[in-house]
Design a protein around this ligand. Structure first.
Ligand code: 6CS
Length: 379
């Protein structure tokens, strides 16, 4: 150690002694824009951390530091302190995280879904050591909305996906899942999707309604299909070495900020799907939005068992344990939330009613009729 560095270290120690933890700037990157769901979560997290400590959070939305894979690398190396990466991109790193791509595993009922994310032993106990092995402290996982397909041709059955090059996140189980749906899955990073649809390299992709709207996916596709097969899950992590090195008071500030941001993001998403569908309809009245009936969903649902089998093969050493625990967690919330779910009627009926409400909100009359026609013909 040189005289200079000893002096700097001593001054730092003195400052630390005088005022507790030193004010630091922490970098947090995510896969979406500032005003999209991950961005809203990050903004709330920043607000809470800054209100309850001397630390500052610097936010890096999608595109500022590269693709999802890039920000994960930066978080693992410690360049970033926080990162939001969806399991859709974490499959190669943590094969068990692919469990979120077994179709029809997560509940469609929003209350049950949120309760699952709040209480799941899989998320709170089984996943953290797996993330820790990759140098990451798993802080939370949260849902971002029902996943919908957008395609250039209408989809009412797996046959309609035949020969359709369908973009999926770079996740082997998601590839298997769309293979089972009858499509030709094409894994791509997010930044390439709009252009690939525009040039016809692919003819479909899936995402929640808010993202289809904000990223203008409707400009390069013509049909939205609600098969009810999944909800988009994401995960927020810290670099583990950084997190482990923090004083307890900072860890608590971070955990409290994560809890506050979780509550906020659940609330923020109330009505978001319907509002987003209405905006899409308004921007492009010819866009069809079709909720598949329970009967139409049957062949899609029938693929779940095979995808589950595939997960057990490629989902890592703890695949079986993760799947079993996840099912136990889901059964527990289903028991607790049975009443609310029963009151909502069948999933497809509830979603179709929401589509209709969206049409009406967007422009009534003709628009609503188009929606109904699509509903009837499944186109
Ligand atoms: O499809 C994707 O790649 C993106 N979708 C969402 C909703 N968030 C981030 C992710 O990159």
């Amino acid at each position: 150690m040189t005289y200079k560095s000893i002096t700097a270290a001593s001054i730092a120690a003195l400052l630390l002694g005088a005022s507790g933890a030193m004010a630091e700037t922490w970098r947090y990157a995510f896969e979406e824009a500032l005003e999209e769901v991950q961005g809203k979560f990050a903004q709330k997290f920043k607000e809470e951390v800054e209100a309850n400590s001397d630390h500052e959070i610097q936010l890096f939305p999608f595109g500022t530091l590269g693709e999802s894979a890039d920000i994960m690398e930066q978080a693992q190396s410690g360049v970033l302190q926080f990162v939001d990466q969806s399991p859709g991109f974490t499959g190669a790193l943590i094969p068990e995280a692919q469990v979120f791509f077994v179709p029809y595993l997560l509940p469609a009922d929003q209350e049950q879904l949120v309760e699952f994310f709040r209480t799941s032993k899989t998320i709170k106990e089984l996943f953290p050591p797996l993330y820790a092995n990759q140098g990451l402290e798993l802080l939370t996982m949260f849902p971002e909305g029902e996943v919908m397909m957008t395609t250039t041709e209408a989809v009412a059955s797996p046959e309609d996906l035949n020969e359709v090059k369908f973009r999926v996140m770079t996740n082997p189980l998601l590839v298997s899942s769309y293979q089972a749906f009858g499509a030709t899955p094409t894994p791509l990073p997010w930044g390439e999707v709009y252009g690939a649809l525009q040039t016809g390299i692919i003819q479909g992709q899936e995402n929640p309604a808010f993202f289809i709207e904000s990223t203008k996916m409707y400009e390069v596709t013509d049909h939205i299909t609600r098969a009810g097969h999944n909800n988009f899950t994401t995960a927020v992590m810290a670099n583990k070495e950084f997190f482990d090195g923090l004083p307890d008071e900072d860890k608590e500030v971070i955990r409290n900020a994560i809890d506050a941001a979780f509550d906020y993001i659940v609330e923020y998403q109330t009505g978001l799907t319907e509002e987003s569908l209405a905006k899409i309809k308004e921007a492009k009245p010819s866009m069809t939005i079709t909720t598949l009936t329970e009967e139409q969903r049957e062949p899609f649902k029938a693929t779940a068992a095979a995808v589950e089998e595939e997960f057990l093969k490629i989902g890592g050493d703890q695949a079986q344990e993760i799947l079993d625990q996840m099912k136990a967690d889901l059964a527990a919330v289903a028991e607790g939330g049975g009443e609310a779910a029963a009151q909502e009627g069948s999933t497809a009926e509830g979603e179709a009613a929401a589509d209709e409400a969206a049409m009406e909100a967007a422009g009534e009359g003709e628009t609503a009729k188009e929606g109904e026609a699509a509903e009837e013909t499944g186109n």
